[in-house]
Design a protein around this ligand. Sequence first.
Ligand code: HEM
Length: 264
Amino acid sequence: MGLSSCKLQSRKQVGSSWVGNESENPFEIILNKKDRTCLRESFQRLQEPKEIVGLIFVDIVNDIEPDLRTVFGVNRAPKAAMLSMPKLGGHVARFTDLFEQITSMLGVSENLTGAWQLIRKTGRVHAKQAFLEQNFNQLEKNYFEIVLNVFEQRLIPYLTGEKEEPVPEGQAPRKVRFAQSYTPDVVTAVWKKFFAILVTQMTDAFELERTKMRNSQNQKTLAPHQHIENEVKKKKRISERQSEIEHTANSVEKGPEQLFEDPF
Ligand code: HEM
């Protein structure tokens, strides 16, 4: 994938997130306009993308990465009920929405900067997930890569039209919405490039955010010595004030200075 080595040198701020120069936007460099349109059109070919994404995620948590069952709150749920669990069901919905939004930004509105920002933001937010914060390892356990590799194998056949979408029980088979105008090889190549961009960008944004979080955590753990110093200063101030009060009290106890008549 090699993109992580591509250093984002002159960074500029767009909205709240840092991205490189437009000339470095991987959605611009790696995908041409035709690729981006193909990405969008092939995704739109799916009638129920959330259904497929759901099936793939159920396979991931059951067969590929059972450690993720706890993360998605499906540890004790039977397979058939997993997608109705809020965390897994919610993630499937967000994942599908992200694909819908990104493919639209790339293939319809051509908002490539927005697409780049969105994918980096998605990488960043995952640093807040305790499981990933602790277990994500770029070289051994890159969970973005693991998940998207499964998508590469299982989603692409639906996008090329080689595999028909599953029809939920009791529903009539669906008609294909429009004829696929790209060959399966073209669709496959475009989606592989797309997934590679997602892995690289999400990983990079995740790692930067995790480092930032760890640095600020370290600062917090260094702070106690400052707390102690402050505590000492505070005690000193209190004891100074205390002795001032006692001094004043003593003077008051003595009562006001009495003036005696000069005997002489
Ligand atoms: C949230 C996508 C992988 C766990 C999200 C969100 C998106 C997303 C779009 C919502 C972000 C927001 O609120 O702004 C993706 C994509 C992945 C991926 C594209 C590609 C591989 C993972 C993995 C885990 C994970 C491997 C495993 C720990 C979560 C969790 C949330 C989340 C726990 C919190 C929100 C919720 O409860 O649904 N993800 N995700 N994600 N993701 Fe992922």
